[in-house]
Design a protein around this ligand. Structure first.
Ligand code: GLY
Length: 427
């Protein structure tokens, strides 16, 4: 098979690495890709939102399956365009990708179908939002309705902060048109868990659990980022939690989308909060998480391409997903200053240290090939993943491997997976 992957981050590198393991795959293209992906795929200089060019390329190369990794092209309808041109594509169509593309839609869906989530109100003007907030209890959460690179969520401790938030999201348009609508949501406390799943329109198969660290700094301080590191599985995602979620969250979500005439095929990423009142949905995404994919996919035993084909063909019920009985930790190496202001173009040294090291992965996110070598080209630069027989071992391995590479302004959190110690205290 010839595969085209659309995207350019660590997630797409992890997808490409899994695709490369498949016996069915003969050639992998990635648009636009990055320097690391370029070592296992042919990168093509077409942007993820250049739909016409992507379709033309897929037709010209007779691509057998397109995998759309990123949220923007999914929400923008790339899958529909590919399908209209007769190209098999893995990912939700536009009318289903709205599950991620509009937080107001997803909250209304959960309310309508009784899927556990925090109480909320949707607003399409700032005045009404402020009037509501004047009577609200704090802390409270403001969410820009649309896609905002994971940054459109504000936790406000008091009315002043909330008013500032409404202004910046709805009036100053800090996140562009994503702020045309606003969701005001009850603040939930608990442990966050990410569960990714394959869906074929009617059947859902969940993958092993993971936990992301979204804040930029140790101790969960600093600004929200796309994600600074992950571990898998989450020791907090117990069998009981899984049983509850399978019954009350996962299948009901797939059924709700089908009932709305928005059949979902692709990946549903459930962002969960394990609250005192039970698991609740924090958010849905319509794609693999990043960096969740960097710890989940390396542990998957199935041929990913086979599973994706089963999703497209509505045959997922015939398959069981299997994961290795081990653990993985990913530490993101970022450019100092991320997610606000950072420099690019620094040479990355030591990438060869990963050659031939089983159980260790250096997934590229923001990198670029130049004549001088591979250089930094983004806020999140590399995702260093290591496996281990336990979470503790995987964590130690990942932090050791994070020292094998170096570049100017290299920045990382030092407490990825620290919660693991807490979970195993005294054991
Ligand atoms: N790691 C969070 C996300 O992919 O949205």
């Amino acid at each position: 098979m010839k595969i085209l992957i659309v995207g350019s981050g660590g997630r797409e590198h992890a997808i490409a690495a899994s695709a490369a393991k498949s016996d069915r795959v003969r050639q992998i293209y990635c648009a636009p890709g990055n320097a690391g992906i370029g070592q296992i795929a042919e990168c093509v200089p077409i942007g993820a939102m250049e739909f016409e060019k992507l379709v033309a390329f897929a037709k010209e190369k007779e691509i057998d399956m397109v995998i759309v990794g990123m949220d923007d092209p999914l929400v923008g309808g790339l899958v529909d365009e590919m399908e209209a041109a007769g190209i098999r594509t893995f990912g939700p169509r536009k009318n289903a990708a709205v599950l991620e593309g509009s937080k107001a839609f997803s909250k209304d869906l959960m309310k309508k179908y009784g899927i556990p989530t925090a109480a909320y109100e949707n607003f399409d003007n700032a005045q009404d939002a402020v009037a509501y907030l004047e009577k609200a209890q704090f802390p409270i959460v403001l969410k820009a309705d649309g896609l905002a690179l994971g940054k459109g969520v504000l936790i406000c401790r008091n009315l002043e902060e909330a008013k500032d938030g409404v202004r910046s999201i709805m009036l100053d348009k800090q996140f562009g048109s994503a702020g045309n609508k606003l969701v005001v949501e009850q603040f939930m406390t608990g442990r966050e868990v990410s569960v990714l799943s394959f869906v074929d329109g009617k059947t859902i198969r969940t993958m092993t659990s993971a936990q992301d660290h979204k804040r930029a700094m140790d101790g969960d301080k600093g600004l929200n980022t796309g994600g600074m590191g992950t571990f898998s599985p989450s020791p907090f995602y117990t069998k009981e939690v899984d049983e509850f979620c399978q019954k009350n969250i996962y299948q009901p979500t797939v059924d709700a989308m089908a009932a709305e005439g928005r059949e979902f095929k692709g990946i549903i990423f459930f962002g969960l909060m394990l609250t005192e009142d039970g698991p609740k949905v924090l958010e849905y995404n319509a794609r693999f998480g990043d960096p969740e994919a960097q710890v989940v996919l390396p542990r998957m035993k199935n041929d990913m391409i086979e599973v994706m084909e089963a999703c497209i063909d509505g045959r997922l019920g015939e398959l069981d997903l299997q994961f290795e009985d081990n653990a993985a930790v990913c530490v993101v190496l970022a450019s100092d200053g991320y997610p606000v202001k950072y420099e690019k173009g620094y040479l990355i040294r030591g990438l060869e240290n990963f050659d031939g090291k089983d159980g260790y992965y250096c997934f590229h996110a923001g990198t670029k090939q130049t004549e001088a070598g591979i250089v930094t080209n983004g806020g999140r630069v590399l995702g260093i993943t290591a496996k281990g027989s336990s979470l503790k071992e995987a964590r130690a391995n990942a932090y050791q491997a994070a020292e094998w590479v170096d570049f100017d302004n290299k920045y990382m959190r030092h407490d990825i997976g620290k919660a693991i110690d807490e979970a195993y205290k005294g054991k």
